[in-house]
Structures are given as structure tokens and as C-alpha cells.
Design a binder for this molecule. Sequence first.
Ligand SMILES: [Zn+2]
Ligand SMILES: [Zn+2]
Length: 236
Amino acid sequence: MVPKAPRKDGSSWQRENSRLKQMNERLERQVASQRIHLDNSKKRLEEQNQELGAQSLELNARHKEIQLQQEKVAALEAKESCIDATKLDDMLSCDICAHLMYSPYLLSDCGHCYCEGCLKGWFERNTDQTYPRTSRIQHEPQTRASGFPEILNTIGRYVSHPIRMQLQAMYNNRQQQPEYTCPGCRKEVTGKPVVNFSVKDMVSVVGNVLGRPNTRRESSNIRGQQAGPFDAFFPR
Ligand SMILES: [Zn+2]
Ligand SMILES: [Zn+2]
């Protein structure tokens, strides 16, 4: 037996239909309001996302700035801790030829230092320009100075007294001029220049670092040698 379906008349169907309609409308309204709510939430999230994006960019920029500053500090620290070879190059270069002093000689009267070749050349020019002292006369017998007083006596008879006095003064002045002078400060050099071994050692280190080998031939490469390059200038 099939159970009988409940009988419904037309009015009960209509009631049922309108109830369902109302329910449907209510649900649609709820859905619509939920949709608005969701849309608002979505908008808020998007805004927050943009804000976060901007903050992230700013953080990145700050991070980069910090990195740059850290690099700068590291570079400064590296500069402070390592010796600048080019600065040493300046300090260890000869004031005459501007090359590294591979054979440095110290003038003990003033403390200046020049390379052997330059100092020898300078002393040679010194000798050409000044009249040697008596101590050098025996070393170099043919000198202009040795005959000068005789010439003075000879010509003295032919010139007036003031001129003779003037010539005598010039001669004396020449005699008083120092034989050798420092090429830098022009102080008289009274003693034989000596090898500056500390400068010599530093020059060989700096020369190696800068890749500048010693291309000059100097006579004084052997320490403690007997015949020095300045023996001829200072025979005593
Ligand atoms: Zn030099
Ligand atoms: Zn000097």
C-alpha cells in the first residue's frame, strides 16, 4: 500500500509558496549584506597590503643605507690598518731625481738623505763651482785656487788699492764658502755621507710592493765595504 500524500488545498500551497519566497528573499538579503561585508574586508586587506608593501620598500631602502654605511666604515678601517705604499713611495724618494732611494746616503750635518748617484753628481758640481780648500789642493793639484794669491800680487801693482782690496775680499769670500753643501738646505757638509740602512731596507720592501725594481747601478751595495763612493770627496 502506498501512503497517501497529505492533501493540500490551493490556499495551503499559496501559503507555503509565499513563506518560501520570503525565506528566499531573506536569504538573498543576507547574502547581499555578507557580500558587502566581504567586499569591505577585501578593500581593507588590500589597503593594508599596500601599506605593508610601502613599509617593506622603506625598510629595504634603510637596509641598503645601513649596508652602504657599513661598507664605508669597513673601508675606513681597512685604510687605517694598512700602510699606504704610495705615501711611503713619496717619503722614500730622492728629492733630486724623485726615484726610490735604493742606495740612500745620509748627510749627518743636516739629516737629509739622497741617493748615491745624485749626491755624487751634486758634490761634483759643488767642486766645479767653489775653490777647494787647502786640504783638497794636495788631492787635486791642478786647481784654480792655488795660483790665485800670486796673480793677485802680480796684478796688484797695476790696479788701484780699492780694487785690490775688493779682489782680496772676493778671494777670501770664496775661500770661506763651504766646499760641499746639502742640495736641499745648503748646510755645509763636513763629514762623509753614510749609508742610511733603515731607509735602504724600507725602499727595498716598498719597491717590491709597488713592483719597481732597482734599475740603477750604485757602487755601494755591499755593507761595510772599505772603499766608499764618497772617499774621493772626503779623503780624510
Ligand atoms: Zn736621486
Ligand atoms: Zn740638508
